[in-house]
Design a protein around this ligand. Structure first.
Ligand code: IPM
Ligand code: MG
Length: 359
C-alpha cells in the first residue's frame, strides 16, 4: 500500500473546519484507491502566534520540508491585525512559501456545470463551460522585495519593491507553457509593460521561453485590460501567466466567475513534486464556528494534491466529479439556490466523501 506523509496546517478562522472535511474526503479516496495518509498537525498563522509568539515556528518549517505534501486551511484574523508586518499570520504564509521554494501557484477558475447560475456573469458570456488556469509567481516580486519606511520631501513615506530575476521569470514561464500544452495550448502573459521596467524585463523573458513552445499560442495583456477582459470575455483565456501581486488580484477576480470564492482551490509547487495545497479564500473569521463555511475549495485542493504531488489522477478525478455531483444535491449558504438542500460545512464534507466511496 502506498503511504503519504502530509503536514496539516489548519490555521485560523474557518481553517480547522474546512480542513477537517478535506481530510475526510482524502481518506475516502485513500480507502477506495488503496493508499494511506499520515497526518502531522503543525502550527502556522495566528494559532502559532498565540502558542509560540511566532507565525511560523521553525519546527513547522522542518516538518513541512520532510513531508510529501502540505495541506493548509487559511490564516489570519482581526485578533492579529494590529501586529507589525513581519509578526502577522500572513507572514507565516509568505514564510512557508519561501522556505519551501513554492514558486509556482496554480489557481484553476472553473465553472462547475450545476453552479452556472451562481456565476454573476451572463450565460451567453460563459457559454457551456469555463476553465482558466492562473499561474501566479509566488516567491518573488513585490511580496518579497525590499520594503521599508523612509522620508520623502521631508514627510513620512513607505516603499515596496518589485524585482524579478531572469531565472525566476524563466521557471514560472515554463510552468505556464508546460501546463498550456496539457490544456488549450494558449498562454496569456499579464504584466504592466507600458509602465514598469520589471514588466518589460518579464515580458522579454517570456518571449524567449515561448520560442521553445511553438505549439503554444502566446499573447500579452496589460493587467488593467486583463481585469476587464476576465468579465467581458473570459472564454478567451486558457493559461494566464503573471507575477505574484497581479496573480493575487486576478485570481480573486477569476474565482468570482465561478460563483463563489468558496469554490477555488490552489496548488503551490516547488521544483520536483513538493507542494502546498490550500483554498484561495481567507480565514473568514466572521463565519468561523457557524458551520456556514464552504469546504469545497479545500476538498478540491486535496484533489490537486493527488494530481500534482502524488500522480494519482484517477483519485483526483473521482473527487472532482463527487464535488460536481454534490452540487446537484446540496449547497452551503454561499452558493445556496432554491431547490437544493441547504447544508453546513460538515454535511457537505460527508456528502462528498460518500459520493467518493460510492463512485
Ligand atoms: C492569497 C492571499 C495571500 C496572498 C495573503 C493572505 C498573504 O491573499 O493566497 O491569495 O496575498 O498571497
Ligand atoms: Mg489573495
Amino acid at each position: 500500500m502506498k503511504e503519504y506523509q502530509i503536514v496539516v496546517l489548519r490555521g485560523d478562522g474557518i481553517g480547522p473546519e474546512i480542513v477537517g472535511e478535506a481530510i475526510k474526503v482524502l481518506d475516502a479516496a485513500g480507502e477506495k484507491y488503496g493508499f494511506k495518509f499520515h497526518y502531522d498537525d503543525r502550527l502556522m498563522g495566528g494559532c502559532a502566534i498565540d502558542a509560540t509568539g511566532e507565525p511560523l515556528p521553525q519546527e513547522t518549517v522542518d516538518a513541512c520540508k520532510k513531508a510529501d505534501a502540505v495541506l493548509l486551511g487559511a490564516v489570519g484574523g482581526w485578533k492579529w491585525d494590529t501586529l507589525p508586518g513581519n509578526k502577522r499570520p500572513e507572514a507565516g504564509l509568505l514564510g512557508i512559501r519561501s522556505a519551501l521554494g513554492l514558486y509556482a501557484n496554480l489557481r484553476p477558475a472553473q465553472i462547475f456545470a450545476p453552479l452556472k447560475s451562481a456565476s454573476p456573469i451572463k450565460d451567453e458570456i460563459i457559454g457551456d463551460s469555463l476553465d482558466i488556469m492562473v499561474v501566479r509567481e509566488l516567491t518573488g516580486g513585490i511580496y518579497f522585495g525590499e520594503r521599508g519606511r523612509c522620508e520623502k520631501n521631508g514627510v513620512p513615506a513607505a516603499y515596496d519593491t518589485e524585482m524579478y530575476s531572469r531565472p525566476e521569470v524563466e521557471r514560472i514561464a515554463r510552468v505556464a507553457f508546460d501546463l498550456a500544452r496539457k490544456r488549450g495550448h494558449k498562454v496569456t502573459n499579464v504584466d504592466k509593460a507600458n509602465v514598469l521596467e520589471s514588466s518589460r524585463f518579464w515580458r522579454e523573458i517570456v518571449l524567449e521561453v515561448a520560442k521553445d513552445y511553438p505549439d503554444v499560442e502566446l499573447n500579452h495583456l496589460y493587467v488593467d485590460n486583463c481585469a476587464m477582459q476576465l468579465v467581458r470575455n473570459p472564454k478567451q483565456f486558457d493559461v494566464i501567466l503573471t507575477s505574484n501581486m497581479f496573480g493575487d488580484i486576478l485570481s480573486d477576480e477569476a474565482s468570482m466567475i465561478s460563483g463563489s470564492i468558496g469554490m477555488l482551490a490552489s496548488a503551490s509547487l516547488a521544483e520536483g513534486a513538493k507542494g502546498l495545497y490550500e483554498p484561495i479564500h481567507g480565514s473568514a473569521p466572521d463565519i468561523a464556528g457557524t458551520g456556514k463555511a464552504n469546504p469545497l475549495a479545500t476538498i478540491l485542493s486535496v484533489a490537486m494534491m493527488l494530481r500534482y504531488s502524488f500522480d494519482e489522477a484517477q483519485a483526483a478525478d473521482t473527487i472532482e466529479k463527487a464535488v460536481n455531483d454534490a452540487l446537484t444535491i446540496a449547497r452551503t449558504p454561499d452558493i445556496y439556490e432554491e431547490g437544493y438542500k441547504k447544508v453546513n460545512t460538515v454535511e457537505m464534507g460527508d456528502l462528498v466523501a460518500d459520493l467518493v466511496r460510492k463512485a
